[in-house]
Design a protein around this ligand. Structure first.
Ligand SMILES: [Ca+2]
Length: 181
């Protein structure tokens, strides 16, 4: 009887864990970036260097909502960055991939997709990425990096205008961060 009760207890715990929104269950193929689809809100996302982010439904890759990123064009490197907090298991030597769907109305913008390494206090340490000249419509940008900073314990994703000041309005959806084996 004790064994049966114990098994029931384990099953109940497993159900509780499965139903918990903050479950830390992870695998190498799981998207570890929370809220990359913007379906409810854009909690955790921020604009930086004048970049403004807003939940928007004008152009959507999946679901009903995307993020509209607007930059003023005052300087290069205007854009956004993602919430790093849920990705707490990053470490130097690990290989990570960032991926977004991004929409340009007419094309011509030059943007960078970055993986940012942060320490436990969420201070930025190392940023690296890939640059793309956008074409009109939806396109996928993907970037893989092996983390290098010994103090890295978190990663986040960022989209920025690159090299020159550009006033842009683009839409971002299906943002992902995956740890690769
Ligand atoms: Ca979406």
């Amino acid at each position: 009887m004790r064994i049966v009760l114990l098994m029931f207890g384990i099953a109940a715990l497993a159900l509780l864990a499965a139903g918990c929104k903050h479950s830390s269950s992870k695998s190498s193929t799981t998207n570890l970036l929370t809220n990359g689809g913007f379906e409810t809100d854009q909690k955790g996302w921020s604009g930086i260097n004048g970049g403004v982010v807003a939940r928007d439904a004008t152009h959507v890759s999946a679901g009903s909502w995307a993020q509209k990123l607007t930059t003023p064009g005052s300087e290069p490197n205007e854009g956004n960055y993602s919430p790093p907090t849920p990705v707490a298991s990053a470490a130097s030597g690990q290989r990570w991939t960032a991926q977004i769907e991004i929409y340009s109305v007419a094309g011509g913008e030059k943007v960078a997709l970055y993986i940012q390494e942060l320490n436990a206090a969420e201070n930025f340490l190392t940023t690296s990425g890939t640059t793309v000249n956008l074409v009109a419509g939806w396109q996928t940008i993907k970037y893989t990096r092996t983390l290098t900073n010994a103090s890295t314990s978190r990663v986040s994703l960022a989209v920025r205008t690159f090299e020159t000041a550009q006033a842009v309005a683009v839409w971002i959806d299906e943002a992902k961060l995956n740890q690769r084996p």
